[in-house]
Each structure stands twice: as structure tokens, then as C-alpha cells.
Design a protein around this ligand. Sequence first.
Ligand SMILES: Cc1cc2nc3c(=O)[nH]c(=O)nc-3n(C[C@H](O)[C@H](O)[C@H](O)COP(=O)(O)OP(=O)(O)OC[C@H]3O[C@@H](n4cnc5c(N)ncnc54)[C@H](O)[C@@H]3O)c2cc1C
Length: 316
Amino acid sequence: MKVFVVAEHKDGKLKRVSAEVVAEFGRQGQEVTALVLGSGDLNAITGDLAKAGASKIIVLEHADLKDYSTEGYANAAHAYLSSQGAEVIASGGQGKDFMPRLAAKFGVGVANDCTSFGLASGKLTVRRPVFAGKCSKSVEFLKSPAMFTLRPNVVSSEGKTAAGTVERVAATPGAIRTKVAEVIASAAKKVELTEADIIISGGRSLKSADNFKILHECAAVVGAAVGASRAAVDAGYAPHAMQVGQTGKTVSPKLYIACGISGAIQHLAGMRTSKVIVAINKDAEAPIFQKADYGIVGDLFEVVPLLTAELKKLKG
Ligand SMILES: Cc1cc2nc3c(=O)[nH]c(=O)nc-3n(C[C@H](O)[C@H](O)[C@H](O)COP(=O)(O)OP(=O)(O)OC[C@H]3O[C@@H](n4cnc5c(N)ncnc54)[C@H](O)[C@@H]3O)c2cc1C
């Protein structure tokens, strides 16, 4: 099958989810051509794609692709891929933005935020959560190209290094009607929530923005990202960028520690695919314990500082 993965990158670095998609195709014995859209020095990105297992890497170059834009990506990717007879087109988290537009250009559908995919007898099947993660469905594609995006962190990014032959092609991004005027980065260099291996999240029970510092202290010891429930965000204790759940971010870390979070279905929708879930809650009947692998019934203001101290000892 002719499989293409549209790579995601930022600040000259490949996003891990792109390596995850490429590596997973490799584990399934499928050759992959990766597409890198952009301009300037993209060598670190192409190198990482080869390490993940991309046999061929097409760099679609154009000055207008220096910054990501939905239109630029969709136009340039369509112009190239339609000439290549692509049968499968996959991408990661950013694909949730440009893949629907690209799919419309091909006149096909797209399955977003999939948690697994498989190729058998020349057919692609994906699995994706529905109804806020209450159940998941298996999706087959009736038209070619089959298009899907993979949720970050659901498969390993460790691939078998492939040739990764790089070919540079002049891209045709067409008319881009919006442009990035300014990027305002947050002051602190924080671990990106959707890519973090460990997330420690706090709920309404934190009671103030200031109290979130106990979570940040704990997170700093293990290089974790800090998340929040919507109740905490609505109360102004944390910015929306930190919200996990149905109307926030969907995360799938190796370890998710929920501190004083009740476990409402809308919160679970954003974190239920985490590999290991630990809940700290003073109510032994809190619904989060039904989803947790490990539970600590206790006051988070006592448990979290103890956890931080123990982790420091372990790290020390
Ligand atoms: C359309 C829609 C979309 C939504 N989207 C989201 C979303 O994206 N993300 C999200 O999180 N929610 C979302 N919600 C809200 C969701 O329904 C819950 O209201 C919210 O998740 C509750 O947040 P919480 O667990 O922090 O607060 P609460 O439900 O108030 O729970 C607080 C918990 O903390 C425990 N607690 C209190 N004090 C302590 C302490 N000192 N130590 C330990 N435990 C303590 C309590 O026992 C309780 O279990 C959405 C709701 C709707 C209707």
C-alpha cells in the first residue's frame, strides 16, 4: 500500500506523535513515506523520521509554509499526494486541524483521534473513541485514500531506522488567507500536556491558583506536565490550556495522577486512555476510583507534598 504520513514539527523539532505513527506502520511491516512541509533547515526533522522508520522523506518546501497554516498544509499536501496515488494518509494531533480540509479536497472522510490502527489484507482499520470515550468503534474506509489521525502517546515512537532518503519538492501552498502575526510563548518552558509521559492534574479541590504550586513542585521532580479539571479552570485556578477532558485536551500519558478530581465523565473523556491512573481523593466513593489503577484515599494537601518528598528521595 502507498502510505504517507504528514509529519508535525515545531521549532525545528519533530513532534513525537509523528514518530509514533511512522514507527507503528513499521512494526506492522508497512513502508512509509513521510511528508515534511516547511522551509529552512529541516534536517533534524528528516533525521528523526528516518530513525522512526520512514523509508522515504519528501520535503515540500515553500516560504509560505514556514509557519503552520491549515490552508497551506491542506493545499500543498493535496497537490503533492493527489499526484502520487496515496492510498493511506495519516497524521498526528495537528492533523485534527488540516486533515478534514485535506479529506474534503479528496472527497473522502477522515477518522480523527484514533487510538489504534491496523493493516490487514491491504485494508486499513482504525479504532476511535466515541460518546466522550464511553465506547470506541472500529472504522473501515470505503474510499481511497483512507485518512486518519492518531492520538499522541498511544503507541511507541521507537522504530527501526530506515533509509530515509530525502527528496526536496517545491510545494504549491496556493493562496493562504490567514497568517501568523505573532507567537506569544508562555513564560515558563513547560512540558506540553498532550505529549507528556506523566501528568499530575488538580481539580476544584485545589481551592486557588496559588495552591496549584504543590502540583507544579511535584511535577518538576519527575518532569511531568500539570493539568486541571474544568471546574478548576472555570474557577480561575488554571488556564484553559491546562484543561483535560471533553472540552479540553485529550491526553494519554504513561502515568496520570488525578488530585482531588471527582472523575466526571467529561473529565474521563480526556484521560481514560492513560496507561496507569492514580487517584488521590478524600472521598472513598469518588467515581474516579472506579477508573483508577491505584487509589489513595486522603487529603491531597497532605498526600501530594509527601509524594513530592518521596520522589525527590528516589531521584536523589
Ligand atoms: C458539556 C460539558 C463539558 C465538560 N467538559 C469538561 C472537561 O473538558 N474537563 C473536565 O474536567 N470537566 C468537564 N466538564 C465538567 C465536569 O462535568 C465536572 O463538573 C468537572 O470535571 C468536575 O471537576 P472536579 O472533579 O475538579 O470538581 P468536583 O466534581 O467538585 O470534585 C472535586 C473532588 O475533589 C475531592 N476533594 C475535595 N477536597 C479534597 C482534598 N483536600 N483532597 C483530596 N480530594 C479532595 C472531592 O471528594 C471531589 O471528588 C464538562 C461538563 C459539561 C456539561
